[in-house]
Design a protein around this ligand. Sequence first.
Ligand SMILES: Cc1cc2nc3c(=O)[nH]c(=O)nc-3n(C[C@H](O)[C@H](O)[C@H](O)COP(=O)(O)OP(=O)(O)OC[C@H]3O[C@@H](n4cnc5c(N)ncnc54)[C@H](O)[C@@H]3O)c2cc1C
Ligand SMILES: *[C@@H]1O[C@H](CO)[C@@H](O)[C@H](O)[C@H]1NC(C)=O
Ligand SMILES: *[C@@H]1O[C@H](CO)[C@@H](O)[C@H](O)[C@H]1NC(C)=O
Ligand SMILES: *[C@@H]1O[C@H](CO)[C@@H](O)[C@H](O)[C@H]1NC(C)=O
Ligand SMILES: *[C@@H]1O[C@H](CO)[C@@H](O)[C@H](O)[C@H]1NC(C)=O
Ligand SMILES: *[C@@H]1O[C@H](CO)[C@@H](O)[C@H](O)[C@H]1NC(C)=O
Ligand SMILES: *[C@@H]1O[C@H](CO)[C@@H](O)[C@H](O)[C@H]1NC(C)=O
Ligand SMILES: *[C@@H]1O[C@H](CO)[C@@H](O)[C@H](O)[C@H]1NC(C)=O
Ligand SMILES: *[C@@H]1O[C@H](CO)[C@@H](O)[C@H](O)[C@H]1NC(C)=O
Length: 531
Amino acid sequence: MAVTNFELLLLLGTLSISGFSATSYSTEVSFLQCFSSNLQHPNEASNVLLTTNSSNYSSVLQSSIRNHRFLNNSTLKPQFIITPSHVSHIQAAIRCSKQNGLQVRVRSAGHDYEGLSYVADVPFLIIDLFNLRSIRVDIENESAWVESGATLGELYHKIAEKSKLYGFPAGSCSTVGVGGHFSGGGFGTIFRKYGLAADNIIDAKIVDVNGKILTRKSMGEDLFWAIRGGGGASFGVIFSWKVKIVPVPQTVTVFNVRYTLEQGASKLLQKWQNVAHELDEDIFLHAVLEVADSTTSSAGSNKTVLVSFGSLYLGGVEKLVSLLQESFPQLGLMRENCTEMTWIQSVLYFAGFSTKDSLNVLLDRSTQYKGFLKAKSDYLTKPVSETGLEGLYRILLEEEAPVLILTPYGGRMSEISDSEIAFPHRKGNIYAIQYLTNWDEEDETEKHISSMRRLYKYMKPYVSKAPRAAYLNYRDLDLGRNNNAGNSSYAQAYVWGLKYFKNNFKRLVRVKTAVDPDNFFRNEQSIPVFP
Ligand SMILES: Cc1cc2nc3c(=O)[nH]c(=O)nc-3n(C[C@H](O)[C@H](O)[C@H](O)COP(=O)(O)OP(=O)(O)OC[C@H]3O[C@@H](n4cnc5c(N)ncnc54)[C@H](O)[C@@H]3O)c2cc1C
Ligand SMILES: *[C@@H]1O[C@H](CO)[C@@H](O)[C@H](O)[C@H]1NC(C)=O
Ligand SMILES: *[C@@H]1O[C@H](CO)[C@@H](O)[C@H](O)[C@H]1NC(C)=O
Ligand SMILES: *[C@@H]1O[C@H](CO)[C@@H](O)[C@H](O)[C@H]1NC(C)=O
Ligand SMILES: *[C@@H]1O[C@H](CO)[C@@H](O)[C@H](O)[C@H]1NC(C)=O
Ligand SMILES: *[C@@H]1O[C@H](CO)[C@@H](O)[C@H](O)[C@H]1NC(C)=O
Ligand SMILES: *[C@@H]1O[C@H](CO)[C@@H](O)[C@H](O)[C@H]1NC(C)=O
Ligand SMILES: *[C@@H]1O[C@H](CO)[C@@H](O)[C@H](O)[C@H]1NC(C)=O
Ligand SMILES: *[C@@H]1O[C@H](CO)[C@@H](O)[C@H](O)[C@H]1NC(C)=O
């Protein structure tokens, strides 16, 4: 539909002329013209498009920036933020970005550890999906349609509203976005029984590089395979997902027991490494390592390493205690250490809320934690030796207090083949490690990042090799990055592609080459195309 000069003028009225060079200004004008002419009603543009001059540009931009490393003044800002309330707005944004040489970053809830959903080194715009977050749960069909801009908290809340006997196997943090999480894998406290979020996707809707809407049927099984674990950002904008919801019992049990090194944590952790992945699939038992003040101040140091064993069991306390007394008696778990609750209360618990809180806290999209962070990941196929662990404790006590979260695999995760979907880390892995460090001041960035890199280097002999595998959703640009020209070769991208995707990398490149041959959807770690 044609835009009248008057309508275009209205849009341009919100453009800051001062800030732009002549070329970028004309790009802006041309983009705006294209965008409004691609909408059903050109005046919709003012509701869904923000320019750098719009009064709510900054608040929308910052609303889901989860990592302050990318909130400084030297970070390049998007020329536009599109906040679609209808899929046609996504289609228009893609067509017009392509036409005007703007790169697109898609943001669902902004948890990307390296900010790839809202930071770029080239002129770009953000398609921010926070207004596309409707959720329809169909208990009878044991399924739900959920839009990408929804958070995990919103999804859990909606399912619980319909039934306390269903849940969904995805991550613990309630503010994480469906779009990034599902397309990168997504695991949580019931993944040993039900697999990843991505394993439970049965349909999806995507806007492709031509602005066309495709469903599972029309996109074909290759693309549908790729967007389950291969990351959405390389392939298009997935705006809605159909998932299987899964049964949960009326009563579940949680516990968190903590031991310091002085209290024998090391022996327990050694045992944990051998048993956690072999436990009944109804038991999730992770281990969190962090530095804490020592109470029994041993000679020289007043710091110690604290290991917390946290668990969710899909069943009642009696059964859990007896299962663990059999397989992990050293843990000394007693009835008194456990709390029974409903599954949705356990969601609150693992998201860091009180189990007595109203379920509405799950709807709060504003993040609890805002600060600087850096994370990395590893997979382990065998336990770390005793001397390896001792060295790890020394490093933790020396460095800038990173936290390690050890997540056991096994169960359902070992039954699904590596190539079933694009997420490849299955059988043979006993656990995964997330290394995480947080800080509050910009001038501490260097210190924390180099501390994290030393720790990662130290762990090399103990973790998976050839490749040293990594989890895409724990994005780490230290593993490598594409060049800005957007023409990185297969060999360049293989360096990190193999770590994230193992033998699935090649198929991902084939799919990418077929669906986006000009590499329009790209970022620092997107899948490259074959020449
Ligand atoms: C506090 C916190 C807790 C976490 N907890 C867990 C956990 O328990 N389990 C777990 O597995 N992971 C966890 N993660 C990692 C999380 O799964 C990833 O960061 C995930 O990618 C975030 O999704 P998002 O939509 O919020 O992120 P975004 O930053 O919006 O997106 C991440 C990436 O996906 C792309 N993308 C987003 N939406 C779309 C879309 N609709 N179509 C195409 N591409 C898209 C973005 O462009 C970007 O490249 C956690 C992260 C944080 C910060
Ligand atoms: C856009 O920015 C310019 C320069 O800062 C300002 O003069 C103008 O009033 C702004 N326009 C709107 C609509 O805010
Ligand atoms: C910007 O904010 C105004 C008022 O707060 C609101 O009416 C408008 O819809 C917002 N625009 C966008 C694109 O979010
Ligand atoms: C960024 O710039 C704005 C104004 O240009 C200023 O108010 C703010 O303090 C700056 N922030 C940082 C972190 O330097
Ligand atoms: C500022 O942000 C950019 C990314 O936009 C990042 O590369 C850089 O490290 C940040 N600067 C600091 C001091 O954190
Ligand atoms: C849902 O299940 C009913 C039967 O229980 C079936 O008739 C219907 O086709 C299903 N709908 C979908 C969308 O699968
Ligand atoms: C488990 O509970 C018992 C009994 O209340 C308590 O003595 C013990 O300290 C608890 N164990 C841990 C590790 O918290
Ligand atoms: C631990 O020791 C350091 C230096 O030895 C001291 O600065 C710090 O205050 C001590 N912390 C506690 C909790 O005692
Ligand atoms: C990418 O393009 C640049 C310049 O456009 C060129 O110098 C470089 O060799 C190209 N790289 C590859 C891998 O094709």
